[in-house]
Ligand binder design. Structure first.
Ligand SMILES: [Zn+2]
Length: 248
């Protein structure tokens, strides 16, 4: 029997029997972890309120084995709130739908329980903090998170230099299989040809240039979101279900 302590973001909370829940977290040190929280569905359970989706928490786990993940589900024995991002997110439809797609995407990229996914964890915490602050359009926060999640998982896209030969940009032809834009010589059949402004926007979202992203015209935001969604879909076997609810 062992005790573990870790920071994590609550991805999901599912009912278990009358009063308990199975909580799915993306943790800093142990990647995705599922754990049982007992008695959290009783009214006025402070413990339960801390374990709602979007919450950034400090959790103590009790495991029957010597590892956190493996021998049955561990128990959540103590929870402290680091940041209650759920409050400002669930009360706003745009933030909620974008945030839900972020949680689902983070879980998909950190599919193997117990396997550390530190960069994905840090991206999720940063993304939820930005979303909760409400200073940028929710769909832009989501698209920045998706592009960076793809990048830290080995699918970084190029929106300026040619993804094949490296020719300095701007380049116009966007190819999903090539992982970004291609020059006139490298272009393949079936490329999209988005507006140059849209490619500048996507590069800005990937690098964190919010000034450029915020100032973009809404039609380029929409075109950019479409390309990001297609690129994500290309790399994940199954699509992200909650993407369909995101306001564009
Ligand atoms: Zn090229």
């Amino acid at each position: 029997m062992s005790l573990f302590r870790d920071d994590g973001v609550v991805l999901r909370a599912q009912k278990l029997g009358e009063a308990d829940r199975i909580i799915t977290l993306l943790t800093r040190q142990h990647g995705k972890v599922r754990a049982v929280a007992r008695g959290v569905r009783k009214t006025k359970s402070k413990f339960g309120a801390r374990l709602e989706p979007f919450s950034h928490v400090d959790v103590q786990f009790f495991s029957r084995g010597s590892e956190l993940v493996g021998r049955g589900l561990p128990l959540c024995t103590q929870v402290e709130t680091i940041a209650p991002y759920g409050g400002p997110i669930v009360t706003d439809y745009g933030r909620y739908t974008a945030g839900t797609a972020m949680l689902e995407t983070a879980e998909r990229f950190a599919e193997n329980e117990g396997e550390p996914a530190v960069q994905q964890y840090l991206l999720l915490v940063g993304g939820l903090r930005t979303l909760a602050a409400g200073v940028h359009e929710s769909h832009l926060v989501l698209d920045a998170f998706l592009l960076r999640s793809l990048a830290v998982n080995g699918y970084g896209a190029s929106f300026t230099d040619c993804a094949k030969c490296g020719l300095e940009g701007p380049n116009r032809f966007f190819s999903l299989p090539a992982g970004g834009v291609l020059c006139g010589d490298c272009r393949v059949p079936g490329c999209a040809v988005p507006s140059p402004e849209t490619l500048v926007l996507l590069g800005a979202l990937l690098s964190g240039d919010w000034q450029t992203a915020d100032a973009c015209e809404p039609r380029y935001w929409r075109e950019g979101s479409g390309l990001v969604a297609a690129y994500l879909q290309w790399h994940l076997e199954r699509g992200i279900r909650s993407m369909r609810y995101v306001e564009k």
